[in-house]
Design a protein around this ligand. Structure first.
Ligand code: FES
Length: 250
């Protein structure tokens, strides 16, 4: 198939960027979106031009590195699909595809389509972990957890931290990401001990890092490649209010 690409090119964080048009012919329909960019880059290198910088790692929909804004949607317009799992057969022959980086104050552009998403790591460092001693590996069923909560915790834990929720949100809010990370622990007994501290620290850090507030547009849920539900935001808000009243941070 033949396609026209409009790709955001920007030399570094401080330079001015622009959309640059490329014509790419004979792209295999079975190629993934990232493989299509690889083909483009091989052609650019052969011509002595600067290849397009973009993030990727696992190419299996697991790591969350491949964040690209494709035709106005994070990871493209197809539901529950990361950029690396998006295939060219989903596009039409002759289509023009616009590719941009995540745009959010908290994610400064490094180069072209690469952005600095370390703000998400800083949110995890603020409390997205369990530091209490949980003992050795317990026997199966030694810690009873009801099936409903186990399923909800697993769903929340499927967040891959790609940042699509932030990029999709008109406020640049990270509420879905933090809601998922808070929920995956809050729903399990091992996460209870530090729950009050965790939610308050992560919410405070979210504000410090320049993420916006949530205004309930649900764009994050609609664009999340892992189908993370906004009910995780509601759970985080309930936890936050309860913690503020019962166990405010010193
Ligand atoms: S490259 Fe890992 S999720 Fe796409």
């Amino acid at each position: 198939m033949n396609i026209t690409l409009k790709i955001w090119r920007q030399h570094n964080a401080s330079s001015k960027g622009q959309l640059v048009e490329y014509q790419l012919n004979n792209v295999p329909a079975e190629a993934s979106f990232l493989e299509m960019l690889d083909i483009l880059n091989e052609q650019l290198v052969l011509k002595g031009e600067d290849p397009v910088a973009f993030d990727h790692d696992c190419r299996e929909g697991i790591c969350g590195a491949c964040g690209l804004y494709i035709n106005g949607h994070p990871h493209g317009r197809f539901k529950n699909t990361t950029t690396c799992q998006l295939h060219m057969r989903k596009f039409t022959d002759g289509e023009t595809i616009t590719v941009e980086p995540w745009r959010s104050e908290a994610f400064p552009i490094i180069k072209d389509l690469m952005v600095d998403r370390s703000a998400l790591d800083k949110l995890i460092q603020a409390g997205g972990y369990i530091s209490v001693h949980t003992g050795g590996v317990p026997d199966a069923n030694a810690i009873p957890i009801n099936k409903h909560n186990a399923d909800l915790a697993m769903d929340a834990a499927s967040c891959i931290g790609c940042g699509a929720c932030v990029a999709a949100c008109k406020n640049g809010s990270a509420m879905l990401f933090v809601g998922a990370k808070v929920s995956q622990f809050a729903l399990l007994p091992q996460g209870q001990v530090e729950a009050a501290d965790r939610v308050q620290k992560m919410v405070a850090r979210m504000d410090e890092l320049g993420f916006g507030s949530c205004s309930n547009t649900y764009a994050c849920q609609a664009e999340c490649p892992k189908g993370i539900s906004v009910t995780n935001i509601a759970r985080m808000n309930r936890q936050f209010l309860a913690a503020k009243i019962a166990e405010p941070l010193k």
